[in-house]
Design a protein around this ligand. Sequence first.
Ligand code: XUL
Ligand code: CO
Length: 441
Amino acid sequence: MKKEFFEQVPVIRYEGPKSANPFAFRYYNPDEIIEGKPMREHLRFGLSWWHTMTADGTDMFGRGTMDKSFGGKTAMEKSKNRACAAFEFMNKLSIDWFCYHDRDLAPEGETLAQTNENLDEMADFVADLQKENGQKVLWGTANCFNHPRYMHGASTSPYADVYAYTAAQVKKCMEVTRKLGGENYLFWGGREGYETLLNTDMGLELDHMGRFLRMCRDYGRKIGLGGVFFIEPKPKEPTKHQYDFDTATVFGFLQKYGLLDDFRVNIEANHATLAAHTFQHELATARVDGIFGSIDANQGDLLLGWDTDQFPTNVYDTTLCMREVRKAGGFTVGGLNFDAKARRGSYTPEDIALSYIAGMDAFAFGLRKAIEIEQDGTLDEFVSNRYRSYRETEIGRMIENGTATMEELEAYVLARGEVTDTLESGRQEYLETVLNRILFH
Ligand code: XUL
Ligand code: CO
């Protein structure tokens, strides 16, 4: 008999919107075919190894509240039990993907060589579980922010030895990700940023980061990592100013360092709001710039100024998110990784399942509603109609096709006179009502 780790959690099935069973999906029906493909392929849900399998509720003011040892005594035993528990959990919840940091999978040893040995042992173990169960790696990443050596940054550290260490760690993590069949590889800028310009050479640090990522890309391609490299923007935390501030900043960085062909963004909802943007704004920016890749699904608390990584339940956000994802052509390489954790007080194993159900259902609802919004057509027609003068008037077409000159535009306005008569209402409140009508009928 295989040991069961989440005994309290049954296999979660779709029971429809009317079900009051807490251990059931109301909107996520994994194998329901929508537009020719199963819902699981539209949503590509992922489990975050760090929050789900290792984080124990420790915060700045208190120790852990959750037991994440899964019965293991030694560090390696814990890692192996976590891996078995992870696959059991993913099977029970119909989750097809997972994401990890190198240090979530295996404990660090005394030396890098020992750490790498631990990681290799765990990679073999996880690869076997993948064969048995079928789940795939959405992305892997190296944790270059926890260890004290990274206190001043990793690839942006003022110290060359730390830059070298970062390269050695990322090299290994890429190899492991390749071994596990990882679809993509991610960089979140951990401590790549600064606290004060009084001690920082920002230009030099950015050049180092650009060079570092080029080196990683080249090595990744050399060993056969064929997917996309993601950068995950975040404006602050842990540093006061993170270099990958938001999607627009990352786009500029990728352009400057010649990385646009291989890199895209992984957008996290809570990072968007920390940057004083909506989640939807970040997704739209990525789509418009052609760098939309993947999503870290969570939500923050707008009354708190930090990364709370809550499970997403706000259906406005999930609907508008899925609307953007569809406009971007759907998930072609990425997915919805739940970079989210149950609250410290939600400390039981059932809470982990209930949290995932909440998040998955919120996004499944969002997908269904995003499709309804398209079918209804009111919002899209409104937007299209708002810009019709660029299609329907001579002067508009000249602007649109790029032939209009300053002289011509001046002559046009001198002849036409004041232009305020052409303006119409933006109808924001009406459009918000249309959204509510579709969400809540
Ligand atoms: C930190 C964060 C990370 C990345 C992976 O805010 O979001 O967990 O997603 O390193
Ligand atoms: Co994240």
